[in-house]
Design a protein around this ligand. Structure first.
Ligand code: MN
Ligand code: MN
Length: 298
């Protein structure tokens, strides 16, 4: 299977599930219902989730996924960011949408979408990423809002979501690089209100994990669990929800804690706006060409 084909297929599936999430009324649904439904939809369409669906509410900018049977319910006034990753054979499409029934947040959501569109409109081979950061920041501040300055887009590689290069959401002085033709990048502006701090901090909750090392632990049970995680998720992030079909929940939590302590597994904390203000997000995955860009998640 052609690499490019895999990206296009992953992008189509990601876009399809994002759009079906966008038009639904999620009020009254639990976060686990939402995550499970979207992930099942990805599989039904022939893809695999590249990471646990992120369902971050309000001042949580990113990295919240549902716990098994997570009871948190979406309220009518909530701002829900749904961030979806789909992979085909390790080739990943990453996209996000923000949903709210409260009309007072629609403007903020539109600004994030506008900033993303503006960024994509200048993205092609050799675009300086500092120019992308600048156009995102300009678009957001023009409307009196703030970009989240310490969250950024990123390069993607096979089985690697954050492949080392960052696409800033602000104008930064200093080192920059140019987009390369046929490389894959996610662009993802995060926007908060003018009374927000424009910076996110790590919160206490950690419910997304990834393997950091496969070094044996000298505990057979733990090593078996690590092998199970590697066989299922490789270098991609995972959640407890994905393990409890094969391991009893208490057992899974205890094994996971041992692997965290030994630093075989890394946890990604939720990221929370510094002044606890609402954060919205928009995201697409692109493949720059000579004179324009392919948006695989359009
Ligand atoms: Mn994403
Ligand atoms: Mn991303």
């Amino acid at each position: 299977m052609d690499i490019f084909d895999s990206y296009i297929r992953a992008g189509k599936i990601a876009s399809k599930v994002r759009e079906s999430a966008r038009i639904q009324d999620h009020t009254g649904r639990t976060l686990s219902e939402i995550c499970n439904e979207i992930e099942q939809e990805i599989v039904k369409n022939g893809g695999d989730p590249a990471f646990p669906v992120n369902v971050s509410l309000n001042e949580i900018a990113a990295h919240y996924t549902a716990e098994p049977n997570d009871p948190i319910t979406v309220k009518n006034s909530d701002v829900l960011k749904i961030d979806v990753g789909v992979h085909i054979d390790g080739y990943i499409a990453d996209t996000a949408v923000t949903i709210s029934n409260d009309p007072k947040y629609q403007n903020l959501i539109n600004i994030a979408e506008r900033a993303l569109d503006e960024a994509i409109s200048i993205a092609r081979s050799n675009t300086r990423v500092s120019d992308i950061g600048r156009i995102i920041e300009k678009t957001i501040t023009k409307y009196g809002c703030k970009p989240i300055q310490n969250l950024s887009g990123h390069s993607l590689e096979r089985y690697t979501i954050h492949a080392g290069k960052s696409i800033p959401n602000i104008w930064t002085i200093g080192h920059s690089f140019n987009l390369s033709v046929n490389n894959v990048y996610a662009i993802e502006p995060f926007v908060t209100t003018k009374d927000g701090q424009g910076i996110v901090y790590e919160g206490k909750i950690k419910n997304i994990f990834g393997i950091a090392s496969r070094k044996p632990t000298k505990d057979q049970k733990v090593d078996d669990f690590l092998a199970y995680l590697w066989n299922n998720f490789k270098t991609l992030p995972f959640a407890l929800r994905w393990i409890v079909n094969d391991y009893e929940e208490k057992e899974a939590v205890s094994l996971l804690e041992k692997l965290l302590k030994k630093k075989n597994v890394h946890a990604y904390p939720i990221l929370v706006e510094g002044a606890n203000k609402i954060v919205v997000q928009a995201e697409h995955t692109i493949i720059p060409q000579e004179s324009d860009t392919i948006t695989i998640t359009k």
